[in-house]
Design a protein around this ligand. Sequence first.
Ligand code: SF4
Length: 624
Amino acid sequence: MLSRHLGKWEFRPDQLEMAREVEAAIDEQRHLIVEAGTGTGKTLAYLVPLIAAGRRAVISTGTKNLQEQLFQKDIPFLERALGRKLRVAYMKGRANFLCREKLYAAEKRPVLEGLEEVTDFSVIQEWEPETETGDRAELRRLPADSSLWPKLDARRELCSGQKCEQFDRCFITQMHRRAREADIVIVNHHLFFADLALKENDFGAILPQHQVVVFDEAHEIENVAGQHFGVQISNYRFEELARDIQAVAAREGFGSAELDRAVNALRIRSEEFFALFDEVQDRRGFRDREQFIRKHERECSGLSAALQALGGRLKLVRERTDEILPLENRVVELTGALQTILEGDDAVFVYWVERRGRGVFLQATPIDVAEILAERLFAAVDSVVLTSATLAVNEGFEFMRTRLGLDAPRELLAPGHFDYRGQALFYVPEHLPDPRDPQFAARAAAEAARLLACSRGRAFVLFTSYRQMHIFHRQISFSLEFPCLLQGQAPHSALLEEFRETPHSVLFATASFWQGVDVPGESLSAVIIDKLPFAVPSDPIVDARIRKIRQDGGKPFAEYQIPSAVLALKQGFGRLIRSAADRGLLALLDKRILKQAYGKIFFDSLPDYTFTTCLQDVEEFFES
Ligand code: SF4
């Protein structure tokens, strides 16, 4: 059927095998884990048996690109091939949608600041009666950074739910209705786990009941699940609460001098509290909390008291409009979260703090999500299908199964459709010093420059740390005759765009470019990686996981650090060969892969690339 409808159809045995596995898993109500190498055609391999089974399924993806590919390309293609309409809903986070109630309220009582907001307002006003979905992605004329949109979006925090006059016409209600009527619901991992965590709190589910879940890009779910089953507070959450209370009070007419004083006190106390973390760079553990509270008693109890006073003030508002209860709930939620972060003594959590730009985030994250997922996901859904190009270590799934709490699933390794031996050369320079040697950075950077001369730029140089990235960039970027881009110079998507559009460019980057980045064709002809990407204990979550494995009598290096490094390396190298026509060099500047016993696990886990330690082979590869 597919061959009749797809002009460039190629028969792929792996794709068929994967489809049969998905079909069997659904039939037998079992779970399935599939590593599907790039080029397997995995989306059709799970969509076809899902549709044939006729059971309600949720497909959860790691990236927006994949969600859009499913909804706009793969599903319409299958509809044409099958000759029938499929009932598919695409669900997104609430902040993507317009809140009609807020828009109408703003028409009566303007909330606009500046000329740009006035223009944006009329764009949204014109669009509202026409749009069927209320999804801002339709609004191409609205600037991406519009300051008006956050005042009018449908975030849960300011929604009065069924009490709202617009509830039946609300775009969120309609999205939920479409999802209830659909056979397939497409979401992203964040929405999926937010839903699972909400169900846990019995606070109202987002997703309709379903019997099958497919996680595409499933290698990401441990971290995403951790975020949603934990607790987080940030200076932004306090600022937003203060702003929303004042905006609602102005709109609903319950503002008062006392309320203003309580809101301002919260702002001041929040600033004082979060300023205590001024010296934090990136991420670090938040371990000695008892001592912290003793030392900063005034700031900690001050913030807590300001929240309580504000909650009390809201209770005194006489005109009980529908908007007040959600605000009160937020005060209660934040009070509980602050208390958990400061005083929680649950050993299953790791407590940590992170700075991102102006934001300070304090978090309690479960060290291990395996038990949570075993109970809330794998025991609750008939069939869960996990798929990605990187799930297997040493040709097995034990690591993933243990991390995720998945017991005895069906398993399949589908290596993919590419001729890796013919398409990629894997080079390890044996003559470089060990990465722990002080000479390493200078010598490895010079080697990277030689490789970039062979590939004529057109490369990602990927690093395991920012520090190393800057050292390499400083040392070689001025002498390279190719345009050099550096992570941090511009937003992620802008850098990638520039890389695609600038011939022979070289991008120096760290972790966020190791996965989900797709540059097919000649613009990317080499991926150079500085070191084996071992997770380091300086990261608080990694540190907590390592300690836990050790406490439980395990060996963290063998059981956690090596397997996660294998998967990260596969991800990084996976950037190179994205189509059957791609060809290029993979270079790892870390000779430990040759010298240490664990190196074999890396080799056995990677695709069957042609391997060399000889620079001349690299030169000849690019000359041929
Ligand atoms: S139900 Fe909530 S999101 Fe929908 S229009 Fe009303 S307030 Fe806005």
